[in-house]
Ligand binder design. Structure first.
Ligand code: ATP
Ligand code: MG
Length: 576
């Protein structure tokens, strides 16, 4: 998308970030807008990241600038090549292209090291020998100032010597750190002599064993922004308190020597939170490692890989992010807004098919044995351009088990003894007899059809109150259908302390005995269809000829809204 960016200024007033950028351009403070998406490769991307990706790549595209993909790979103990590959794949899938602008914080390790020495030389950094516990104890609290380290006034030469020996690998993990010398009494905890470099004897996915000291997030992030000429460093609100440090470091370092046209500025926006979803990588990692789900791409996961596997089109995600908007205050979004957006897109495009998830046999008594006929089913009720397909009618059919009740309550209009209903694109049928097994379980319905109602209308004008989906038993194809429910059983998982105690035991329903139309055997992975009256589905990557597997992407109705008496489209930020 970035590739085809037009260098025109978008309409103003869309959100505060775009307003800031438009103003910077209007005032001539910024020529080319350069943003970055900076994931740490310690897990898969999730739907929250989609907001950041759409924002960073989106504004770059709208203002005719560029957006970098930068891996923030400064903690080799948690980062893996698998995550690096997955992140790149997911950003591309979401529809964005960084072109040549792929970077890693590790590309700058040598420069960052040189800048650390610079800060030692200028008396703005020192090597601290305190243990991690001592440092924590001396840090103070939000109401109490911290205490200066006994090593704070070390001479420059000694600091330099120790820092070089840290790099040379002379000391074990945690023995020393390099700290900025700012203010142990600052009201902002991030300015109480923050760590810049720590000792970590660990192999890095990219730099191998070249380093045994690694820069902290704070010492890598703004510096990487400066090196790359980022103009607008857009991040989530939790970094607001880091901004004074971000600016302090850029003020102290000789970044003008880089020759970039300006210096980066950090702006914060609200994280995306969705009721019922957990978007913490720490928890997502434990869901995977603890086998609570089938992997990072389990369709119940809020990861982009999981959403893709569930059948969510990338365009629906982008549209959702647009609907949520770019607020500066944190809020919680109703998940019904996501489902609504999903249905809105799929409703337009997904062809209609018939599938019976829990089949019940129907025998049409007055239809000759061995005879079949071909009927015509529209592929989309509102879009004649999608054409039609042939479907088969025969003496034995499948209908949905829940479309029959032997003793129907007042408002149940579907099949029951003596009741006439319409089969979609087929005939009117009337239930004559219920067949049960020895245990009293209903195993089949004996029905009759009215040959005059072909196509679904009666020449005498008589009406039926229900239209059912169905399949001809002779050519229906067996399939496994996976129905996903929320992974957590409450809108605020973990509010009582243990997020894993809130897992929904019914998050996955496997319907192993489903039946689908034969055309569905030819559907490609991820291709969306609507199973009439059931929802939107797509083939799972596990699907094989002869062993079809479908995932339910989203149901047709917002059951949550129905239960809570709300109407779609749902509001943003109004949950709890
Ligand atoms: P962690 O779960 O460890 O805090 P993270 O989700 O912040 O990790 P990063 O890889 O650091 O993961 O995130 C990359 C970028 O995505 C950051 O700029 C971060 O601000 C942004 N981001 C992360 N989560 C969200 C979210 N829920 N909404 C919007 N942006 C997010
Ligand atoms: Mg983070």
């Amino acid at each position: 998308m970035v590739a085809e960016a037009a260098a025109e200024v978008p309409e103003g007033g869309r959100d505060f970030i775009r307003d800031i950028i438009a103003e910077d351009r209007a005032q001539g403070r910024v020529q080319t807008v350069v943003t970055r998406f900076p994931p740490e490769p310690n897990g898969y991307l999730h739907i929250g990241h989609a907001k950041s990706i759409c924002l960073n790549f989106g504004v770059a595209e709208e203002f005719g600038g560029r957006c970098h993909l930068r891996f923030d790979d400064t903690n080799p103990t948690k980062e893996e090549q698998e995550f690096i590959d997955a992140i790149a794949r997911d950003v591309r899938w979401l529809g964005f292209d960084w072109g040549d602008n792929l970077f890693h914080a590790s590309d700058y390790f040598e420069q960052l090291y040189a800048w650390a020495e610079h800060l030692i030389q200028t008396g703005d950094a020192y090597v601290d020998d305190q243990s991690p516990d001592e440092m924590r104890a001396a840090r103070g609290t939000l109401t109490e100032p911290g205490r200066n380290s006994p090593w704070r006034e070390r001479a420059v030469a000694e600091n330099l010597d120790l820092f070089r020996r840290m790099r040379a690998g002379e000391f074990p993990n945690g023995a020393r750190v390099l700290r900025a010398k700012i203010d142990m009494a600052s009201g902002n905890m991030n300015l109480r002599d923050p760590a810049l470099y720590r000792i970590l004897h660990a192999t890095h996915p990219r730099t191998g064993d070249a380093w045994c000291i690694y820069p902290t997030y704070d010492f890598a992030h703004g510096q990487s922004d400066a090196i790359e000429g980022i103009t607008h460093s857009l991040c989530t609100l939790e970094f607001e308190d880091h901004k004074p440090l971000y600016d302090w470091l850029l003020d102290k370092l000789p970044i003008a020597a880089l020759g970039q046209p300006g210096r980066p500025r950090q702006y914060e926006f609200a994280r995306l939170n969705i009721a019922g979803l957990v978007l913490s990588k720490r928890v997502l990692t434990r869901l995977v490692s603890g086998l609570h789900v089938r992997g990072w791409d389990d369709p119940r996961m809020p990861t982009l890989a999981g959403l893709r596997r569930r059948g969510v089109p990338p365009g629906a995600l982008r549209e959702f992010v647009k609907k949520v908007g770019m607020a500066r205050a944190n809020s919680v979004v109703d998940p019904a807004l996501f489902d609504f957006t999903l249905r809105e897109g799929l409703n337009r495009t997904a062809p209609r098919r018939m599938a019976v998830l829990r089949p019940l046999r129907v025998i049409i008594e007055n239809y000759p044995e061995g005879q079949t006929e071909t009927l015509t089913a529209a592929n989309h009720p509102d879009d004649p351009d999608q054409g039609s397909r042939p479907i088969t009618f025969s003496r034995e059919l499948w209908v949905e088990r829940e479309d029959f009740m032997e003793e129907p309550p007042k408002k149940f209009f579907r099949l029951s003894p003596g009741r006439e209903v319409r089969l979609r694109y087929g005939y009117f049928i009337t239930c004559r007899e219920v067949v049960k097994d020895a245990a009293g379980e209903v195993v089949a319905l004996r029905c009759t059809y009215d040959p005059a109602t072909k196509g679904g209308t009666a020449p005498d004008g008589r009406k039926v109150q229900a239209t059912l989906h169905w399949l001809s038993a002779a050519d229906a194809v067996p399939a496994e259908v996976r129905v996903y429910n929320p992974l957590f059983a409450r809108p605020d998982p973990g509010a009582d302390g243990d997020v894993f105690a809130d897992l929904n035991p019914d998050s996955l329903e496997v319907l192993a005995g489903a039946m689908v139309e034969p055309v569905l055997a030819g559907l490609a992975e991820g291709e969306a269809v609507q199973f009439e009256r059931q929802g939107y589905f797509c083939p799972d990557p596990d699907s094989r000829p002869g062993a079809l597997v479908f995932n339910r992407t989203v149901g047709l109705r917002d059951t949550w809204a129905k239960e809570s008496g709300r109407n779609a489209p749902p509001a943003v930020g109004k949950v709890r």
